[in-house]
Design a protein around this ligand. Structure first.
Ligand SMILES: Nc1ncnc2c1ncn2[C@@H]1O[C@H](COP(=O)(O)OP(=O)(O)OP(=O)(O)O)[C@@H](O)[C@H]1O
Ligand SMILES: [Mg+2]
Length: 358
């Protein structure tokens, strides 16, 4: 019942009930035994006294009714606001029966409390992730810093006593500094996308054209690592997807970077395959590197996850490359997964919806 209806009922009750009660008291004498005064006064024609009792009775009834429907929910809301002000969000606002404005207010308030509770939980989770991030940055930056210090000391102490040795030491320092640079860039980038600070520049890209250009670039990099590339494109011409070309490049670079990093064979091979799957495009990037154990496969896209073998190897990274891949692919509405055989190689597969002109 709407508040307006309740107030109207209360108003009419105050107007209508007293005359009815007076009428009953004076004509049928129903209060004769229970309230003798009533009877006496009514018989004496003392309508004022009858009116007084009738008004009190009506007033009590109306007050009790309004109190239950309005004051107790408002009291509850007052208590709830106090709790929220104190930072306590773990309670529940009881929703009163009915569909009046107070019930709507309580329901909206409860909705607000739930959202605040959710966002508080998310903030706490982000804070804990940030703490993990900081501890991992510290950990991962330690490795190249230690090397740089070691090699610089070698130069200062004269341990590098031949020009070749000195060149090697300087080159190593340079490489380690590059590692640090890359690591810091990756972490900054990741912290950025996690809080949605990096805006995506989505556009329609022609998949075949895009990969055609990519393959040329990748080929140079792979060749310098002694890895041969094969490229198969089974897509019809003009197949497009909605993507941010810059971010998409990060996805490919991370995947191929892993293939290079975890290549353990002399005749390294990498295959890129584009396949048609009706309304979607499947991209497969396969290498014949060291592969990933079955037990590790479900976790490789988790942030900071590294398999034991890569943790123990000097080539192991910080374990965030594939989590960046996953984040970007999912922000593109796609999905990414991996198939692998330990010892024989890994395939990273991605699926994106085709863009269809309306
Ligand atoms: N192509 C691959 N071959 C073998 N193992 C792989 C391959 N790609 C990923 N992995 C395994 O998955 C783990 C997670 O990969 P991810 O790219 O997230 O981290 P990373 O390469 O260790 O570090 P980062 O990419 O941050 O430098 C790696 O540590 C590695 O063990
Ligand atoms: Mg990686």
């Amino acid at each position: 019942m709407k508040l307006r209806t309740k107030l109207s009922i209360a108003f009419f009750s105050v107007i209508i009930f007293p005359p009815i009660l007076i009428f009953l008291a004076t004509t049928t004498r129903i209060f004769k035994h229970s309230i003798p005064a009533y009877n006496t006064f009514a018989l004496n024609g003392n309508a004022y006294m009858s009116l007084f009792f009738a008004l009190i009775l009506t007033g009590i009834m109306v007050t009790v009714w309004l109190y239950h429907s309005m004051i107790s929910p408002i009291k509850q809301l007052t208590e709830a606001t106090r709790k929220i002000a104190e930072g306590d969000l773990d309670f529940q606002v009881e929703l009163p029966n009915g569909d009046d404005e107070i019930a709507a207010l309580c329901s909206n308030f409860e909705e607000m409390r739930k959202r605040l509770q959710k966002s508080a939980a998310e903030t706490m989770e982000n804070e804990s992730e940030n703490r993990t991030l900081i501890s991992n940055i510290t950990h991962d930056l330690k490795t190249p810093v230690t090397s740089i210090k070691g090699y610089a000391e070698g130069l200062l102490d004269g341990v590098a006593d031949t020009p070749e040795k000195r060149d090697k030491y300087i080159q190593t320092i340079y490489n380690k500094a590059n590692d640090m640079d890359r690591l810091i860039n990756e972490l900054t980038f990741y912290a950025g996308i996690d809080t949605n600070r990096i805006p995506y520049n989505f556009t329609r890209i022609d998949v075949s054209d895009y990969f055609g250009d990519c393959v040329d670039e990748i080929q140079v990099d792979l060749e310098s690592h002694g890895i041969s590339l094969s490229y198969e494109n089974a897509l019809k011409s003009g197949v497009r997807i909605i993507a941010d070309p810059e971010q998409f490049k990060k996805v490919i670079n991370n995947i191929i970077g892993n293939s290079i990093k975890y290549m353990d064979k002399k005749g390294g091979k990498l295959s890129i395959r584009l396949k048609d799957a009706e309304s979607a495009v499947i991209i497969e990037i396969e290498d014949n590197g060291k592969g990933i154990a079955k037990k590790d496969l479900p976790y490789i896209f988790d942030r900071f996850y590294r398999t034991d073998s890569s943790r123990n190897s000097s080539r192991g990274g910080s374990g965030i490359g594939l989590s960046i891949v996953k984040k970007i692919v999912e922000d593109h509405g796609g999905r990414v997964w991996a198939e692998s055989d330990l010892g024989s190689g890994t395939t990273i597969l991605m699926e994106f919806r085709k863009y269809k002109e309306k």
